[in-house]
Design a protein around this ligand. Structure first.
Ligand code: AMP
Ligand code: ZN
Length: 136
């Protein structure tokens, strides 16, 4: 299902042009307009889901299989040294377009990008409390 006024629904379904790298019945893979690096791509399901929380299991599974395939293509064709998969959910997590998408970011020596966080230093007790909170 498409959502009215969703730009990625329109792109995924071919109503707004984009630089397409791959398309099938369920997905379109496009070049990001504001790339972190050369070849930065986005996997867009054609059916609308706001984010990971709203994604159906079948699309979730197929997204990762497609990511694997596209990562291989990007590595082969662009000769990148590595690839980051990034997937933001919610404004607080940096999501700016509210249609689920998975970033494929090719990485090159000295590409000047940093996709990282500051590691915390929790005690074993703290880790255990969090573990219990999640699994209980
Ligand atoms: P996020 O911050 O995870 O929601 O990522 C949204 C991404 O979509 C950003 O990297 C934007 O550069 C990209 N983007 C936004 N509009 C377009 C568009 N029309 N075509 C291609 N990429 C886009
Ligand atoms: Zn949408």
């Amino acid at each position: 299902m498409k959502k009215e006024d969703c730009i990625f629904c329109k792109i995924a379904n071919g109503e707004i042009p984009a630089k397409t790298l791959y398309e099938d019945d369920s997905f379109r893979v496009i070049l990001d307009l504001g790339p972190a690096t050369k070849g930065h791509a986005l996997i867009l399901p054609k059916n609308h889901a706001d984010d990971l929380f709203g994604l159906d299991d079948d699309t979730a599974a197929k997204t990762m299989i497609l990511a694997k395939k596209m990562a291989g293509t990007l590595k082969e064709k662009l000769g990148c040294a590595g690839i980051n998969l990034v997937q933001n959910n919610g404004e607080i997590a940096g999501q700016t377009v509210m249609h689920f998408h998975l970033h494929l970011i090719p990485r090159y020596e000295d590409d000047g990008q940093k996709i990282q966080w500051v590691p915390g230093k929790p005690s074993q007790d703290e880790l255990e409390k969090i573990q219990q909170q999640i699994i209980e």
